[in-house]
Write a new protein. Structure first.
Length: 235
């Protein structure tokens, strides 16, 4: 039977599929976290007064969001080694260096995630009522206190729905890094399909696993949204 192909151990591909799902989650989590850091810095730069930083932020978000995600991954996959070796040669190292498929996946998907996160975070910061910030200044609060006590909590509440969408995008973008031969869920599904000539059972299983991951993620983000929306008056 086809379901025997999903058995665990040497008899089937069940354990490999689960390990692939685990790798998918790991890459997505690290890429999303990296994207949040990058997106926050870019959002701050785009809201700042420095024209150079604003321009650099605009260029980054425009280019990354304007080209296909797969192309970004290919650029990292084929171009990262050349960049690393060029930097290494400055310090006198002439050997061959390259990023692992795992690092390529995290960095490339993280850069894509960061471009979308930047716009979500920028919009959330701009949506914080200015009157609350002015009230904080009137009470003698420092910029740091205003950020952590007023801006950040409000920003989190406003940004979470958009960041939830970015997370779903990031999770699904991990399917594209199968081109780097990283053993994530999509890559394992393809290898298993080619090995057994039974693509339907493995791609259906992959679809179910992705659906489980996205549904669980949506539930967690909804709980986070309710947490940060506590005390907010609803019409």
């Amino acid at each position: 039977m086809s379901l025997d192909l999903l058995a665990f151990g040497d008899a089937g591909w069940g354990d490999e599929m689960l390990r692939g799902a685990g790798m998918t989650v790991l890459v997505a989590v690290l890429a999303f976290a990296f994207g949040i850091v990058v997106g926050t810095m870019v959002a701050i730069a785009k809201l700042g007064r420095n024209r150079v930083l604003r321009g650099a932020g605009d260029v980054y978000t425009t280019i990354v969001r304007g080209v296909p995600e797969l192309l970004v991954i290919y650029l990292f996959f084929f171009g990262s080694s050349r960049v690393i070796m060029s930097v290494a040669q400055i310090f006198g190292y002439t050997g061959y260096l390259e990023l692992s498929p795992f690092m390529v996946g995290v960095l490339s998907v993280g850069v894509i995630s960061g471009a979308y996160s930047a716009e979500v975070i920028r919009g959330a910061i701009q949506s914080v009522p200015q009157g609350q910030i002015e009230a904080g200044r009137a009470f003698g609060m420092s910029r740091r206190q205003i950020f952590f006590r007023i801006t950040l909590p409000q920003m989190m509440r406003l940004a979470l729905p958009g960041l939830g969408n970015v997370w779903q995008l990031t999770l699904k973008d991990t399917t594209l890094i199968s081109v780097t031969s990283l053993a994530e869920l999509m890559r394992i599904s393809t290898v298993a399909s080619n090995s057994t000539r039974s693509p339907f059972i493995f791609y259906i299983t992959a679809a179910v696993l992705y659906l489980v991951l996205t549904t669980a993620s949506q539930t967690l983000f909804q709980k986070a949204e309710r947490h940060y929306a506590r005390g907010v008056r609803r019409a």
